[in-house]
Design a protein around this ligand. Structure first.
Ligand code: PEP
Length: 258
């Protein structure tokens, strides 16, 4: 079983003052624990400096929610991996389904973003997942397979060791309907088998595969006890310290029981 990784995806939420309060509340709580879980908080871009300053003195790491596929240059409104590195950001979500849906991000662009991040030693948290219609048509394995292959399979072994995958079925994101632990486990095991075929057992075993989609304090423990679920990417439930801390506690419980 891999160490648990719990990632907060705040999306485009919180005022600056609210962000300060939420980060402080989480940091103060987890700093009293002997934490084994890797906790990552991904606030919006304008709060990254706030996040990484707190992360310096706390047991969590700071992550971004996106980065540019390009090097620095004339790309108005974009934020490069080099800029994230300058802010001491250690992780970055890429290929979230909201970016694929609203900003037409493709697997090819996501692959370039992953390259940019790895060049800067920032760990990409690479999202994949199917639409409800694709699951209903029994296409969910094919869809996830092509997302994994097209975004990641150009990487060599050394690069692949620095990647996190998040399986997020689109029908479960923000809906209150999570994948059942059995559905999530089935897909996670499938993803791990793809990685194993291409990169071997050790890389596949060590690669954290997170579940995302309506994960909350009520369902976290059962999800995290599945063999191939190595933690969670948490949206809505990361916006309240109490909920996010309960999810971290669920991960800690699973680590202690193993
Ligand atoms: C997400 O968008 O990454 C996510 C998992 O959202 P939620 O937890 O709100 O479903």
């Amino acid at each position: 079983m891999n160490p648990k990784v719990i990632v907060a995806n705040w999306k485009m939420n919180k005022s600056f003052e609210e962000a300060e309060d939420l980060i402080s509340e989480i940091a103060e709580a987890i700093d009293q624990w002997t934490l084994q879980t890797q906790v990552v908080i991904c606030p919006p871009f304008p709060y990254l400096e706030l996040g990484s300053d707190h992360a310096d003195e706390s047991q969590f790491s700071c992550g971004a929610q996106n980065c540019s596929e390009f090097d620095n240059g004339a790309y108005t409104g974009e934020v490069s991996a080099e800029m994230l590195e300058g802010l001491e950001v250690d992780f970055c979500i890429v290929g979230h389904s909201e970016r694929r849906a609203y900003f037409n991000e493709t697997n090819v662009q996501i692959a370039k973003k992953i390259d940019q991040l790895l060049k800067r030693t920032i760990i990409p948290i690479v999202c994949c997942g199917e639409k409800l219609e694709e699951r209903n048509n029994n296409n969910h394995f094919d869809i996830v397979k092509s997302q994994i292959e097209e975004t990641l399979f150009h990487l060599d072994n050394d690069m692949m060791e620095n990647v996190i995958i998040a399986y997020e079925p689109i029908w479960a994101i923000g809906t209150g309907v999570n994948a059942t632990p059995a559905q999530a486990q089935e897909m996670h095991a499938f993803i791990r088998s793809l990685i194993e075929k291409k990169y071997g057992t050790q890389i596949a075993y060590n690669l954290p595969i997170l579940y995302g989609g309506s994960c909350n304090p009520m369902n976290a423990l059962e999800l995290f006890t599945q063999n191939d679920i190595d933690g969670g990417l948490i949206g809505g439930a990361s916006l309240k310290a109490e909920n996010f801390l309960s999810i971290i506690e669920a991960a800690e419980t699973v680590i202690k029981e193993n």
